[in-house]
Write a protein that binds this ligand. Structure first.
Ligand code: TYM
Length: 326
């Protein structure tokens, strides 16, 4: 007998252009896993409503995330790609889960506090965001959820909610694991904080060459002079480089050695990062311009993906409804 194929689910919010953090933390894992897993990868459109009030921008961003998924190498033949709002079973499940969710579980969620601190309005949607995320995840009975480090708490809440529900109603939900890349790092943005669209510190690997180079040159560095050795671990340029090339890549070791010896200027390190980005994303950049000219294809991908996800989600919701007495 062959190995049982594991099922995978993950998603990304359409809050603007995807960036190097999304790629290194999440999308690269999706692409690596798609050959030998059953994949459900979605656009978290309902989650984006917790911070978006611009309908036109949201519509465009949803489409853009799908194009970017495809450009980065997700293949609809191996992976169901869908928009969260095309699978209404997810919101039904969110209600059922919300009814077993103790309020204190939401009170301790750090992403809510972070977002409020950054000025987002304290809506009920934002507050219960992790319940909706648990519903996304549990809706297809996945074995594993590949994410970046900042999503670990949400994955743990999902496990807690699935277990709480199962305690009340019997074994309804499979309790999924999450998966970080082995060399997982939170990718820093150009200011050294976590790279995030909403912090305005992100790097978009699909930018035109000139603005991309300008963006990379803007990365904050310290003022260690050229003739002195530098600490790669605390340098944002090096950390971004390592998260794209990989820890074990010879180019990472080579750049690290250059930091540790005198003579490396930060301008030079930034130029190496710029060239790495162009090289690493050359095929993705090409695919993306072809996809942008083919809206019909993107529509079809979303339609097929939603049909596959809905079939799974219906089974799960029916099971949950029956368990609670509906
Ligand atoms: P989002 O849209 O902020 O990010 C999507 C994925 O990218 C990863 N990521 C990063 N990884 C490393 N360094 C960074 N600077 C960085 N920024 C983002 C995230 O860890 C994530 O894996 N709540 C989720 C979306 C979501 C979801 C889900 C994810 C909704 N439902 C169900 C998984 C499963 C979010 O806002 O991710």
């Amino acid at each position: 007998m062959g190995d049982v194929v594991k099922r995978v689910l993950s998603g990304i919010q359409p809050s603007g252009q995807l960036h190097l953090g999304n790629y290194a933390g999440a999308i690269r894992q999706f692409v690596e896993m798609q050959r030998d897993h059953e994949m459900y990868i979605f656009v978290a459109s309902y989650h984006a409503l917790t911070s978006s009030r611009d309908a036109e921008a949201l519509r465009a961003n949803i489409r853009q995330v799908v194009i970017d998924y495809l450009a980065f190498g997700l293949d609809p033949a191996h992976c169901s790609l869908y928009a969260q709002h095309d699978v209404p079973e997810v919101t039904e499940l969110a209600w059922l889960l919300g009814c077993v969710c103790p309020k204190h579980m939401m009170d301790k969620a750090t992403s809510y506090k972070d977002k409020i601190a950054r000025g987002l309005s304290a809506s009920i949607g934002l507050y219960t965001y992790p319940v909706l995320q648990a519903a996304d995840i549990l809706s297809v009975d996945p074995d594993v959820v590949p994410v970046g480090k900042d999503q670990v708490q949400h994955c743990e809440i999902t496990r807690d909610l699935a277990q709480a529900f199962n305690r009340h109603y019997g074994e309804v939900f499979k309790v999924p694991d999450y998966r970080l890349r082995d060399d997982a790092d939170v990718v820093p943005g150009i200011d050294g904080e976590k790279m995030s669209k909403s912090y305005g510190n992100d790097i978009d690997p699909f930018m035109e060459e000139k603005p991309l180079r300008k963006r990379v040159m803007k990365i904050t560095t310290d003022s260690t002079p050229v003739d002195q050795p530098k600490d790669p671990q605390s340098c944002t340029v090096f950390r971004i480089f390592r998260s794209i090339a990989g820890r074990d890549d010879p180019r990472t070791a080579e750049l690290e050695a250059r930091y540790r010896a005198p003579g490396l200027g930060y301008g030079e390190a930034k130029q190496s990062l710029f060239e790495l980005i162009l090289d690493h994303f050359a095929a993705a950049r090409q695919r993306r311009s072809a996809l942008t000219d083919d809206p019909g294809y993107v529509e079809q991908v979303l339609k097929d993906g939603a049909a596959a996800a809905r079939a799974r989600a219906r089974e799960v919701v029916d099971r949950a409804r029956a368990a609670v007495g509906l």
